[in-house]
Design a protein around this ligand. Structure first.
Ligand SMILES: CC(C)(COP(=O)(O)OP(=O)(O)OC[C@H]1O[C@@H](n2cnc3c(N)ncnc32)[C@H](O)[C@@H]1OP(=O)(O)O)[C@@H](O)C(=O)NCCC(=O)NCCS
Length: 262
């Protein structure tokens, strides 16, 4: 049955520990396109392979549900900087993928574009040396007002929010992170991008989520997707439901509608 999006984004999450089981259930490597299999073959490290496989299987399965077709029939293409998209974007909603140690996620939006990023939380203490590349002068000044122990967490939150936005744009790391600000928008993090006027979507919703103690995730969606209306779908649980089986749930994702502490 075709699945409908609500007013907010759908966030599909897949624990890395569930990848092999879920991938097997959805057809294993045969479910991937020849391009996807070739890409997988180039990855040497078992963890990278597992997360890439998980992301591709998750995207294929999730998008097949919105399109109302079998997973193997969904066709993908790539944007200029590698952003995966539906081969015919007019046929279905926009989506984006992220994977990090332990978790994979696929965000799907009812309107416009979406970007998602997940990282382990907090950032490693030595990551604070990256502040000059990641934060604007204004953000750096606010970070330095915080106790040193809080800074890696604040940096991780800024990082995921910024990367989610640049991934929605399709630019990823090609867009310098110190060229736009994340500010406290009252109800949640807000984007201040001096170059936004030149882009097709001016109003962005940023959402920050925590998953258990170990991960932070952010979603950036364009075109006025209402914050707080996101549906979180644990892929292993949804699949178990389809199969009439039981599965363990991921630690509950908690949407934090506050801005990053800086
Ligand atoms: C995309 C990018 C931000 C990923 O950063 P990351 O934190 O390591 O990875 P994440 O797990 O959050 O996201 C990876 C996923 O984002 C998606 N992605 C790739 N390029 C993307 C882009 N330009 N915009 C949005 N999403 C992108 C892919 O699904 C990718 O998963 P996959 O590699 O398994 O297919 C980074 O690699 C980037 O800026 N790439 C731009 C292109 C580039 O420089 N490529 C170098 C190789 S040619």
């Amino acid at each position: 049955m075709t699945m409908r999006l609500g007013p907010g984004c759908d966030l599909w999450v897949l624990a890395e520990a569930d990848v092999d089981r879920v991938a097997h259930r959805l057809g294993g490597l045969q479910a991937l396109s020849p391009d996807e299999r070739a890409r997988l073959d180039r990855l040497v490290r078992p963890g990278s392979r597992r997360r890439h496989l998980g992301a591709r299987v998750l995207a294929r399965w999730a998008m097949s549900r919105y399109l109302g077709v079998p997973p193997a029939v969904v066709e993908f293409a790539q944007g200029r900087f590698g952003r995966p998209v539906l081969a015919d974007p007019a046929r279905g909603p926009d989506f984006n993928l992220t994977h990090t140690d332990g978790m994979i996620a696929c965000a799907v939006t009812p309107r416009g574009r979406v970007g998602v990023d997940a990282e382990t939380y907090p950032a490693r203490p030595d990551s604070v040396r990256l502040v000059g590349k990641v934060l604007t002068e204004r953000e750096r000044a606010l970070l330095l007002q915080a106790p040193p122990g809080a800074r890696p967490g604040m940096l991780a939150e800024h990082w995921v929010l910024k990367e989610a936005y640049t991934k929605a744009l399709g630019l990823g790391l090609h867009r310098p992170f110190d060229s736009f600000d994340i500010r406290d928008g009252g109800l949640g993090p807000a984007l201040h991008d001096p170059h936004t006027d030149a882009l097709p979507h001016r109003d962005w919703t940023l959402q920050l989520l925590r998953c258990g103690a170990g991960h932070v995730m952010a979603l950036a969606s364009a075109a006025g997707v209402p914050p707080g209306s996101m549906r979180v779908l644990d892929a292993a649980l949804v699949l178990a439901d389809v199969d009439g089986a039981t599965a363990a749930a991921l630690p509950r994702l908690q949407a934090r509608m506050t801005a990053p502490a800086a």
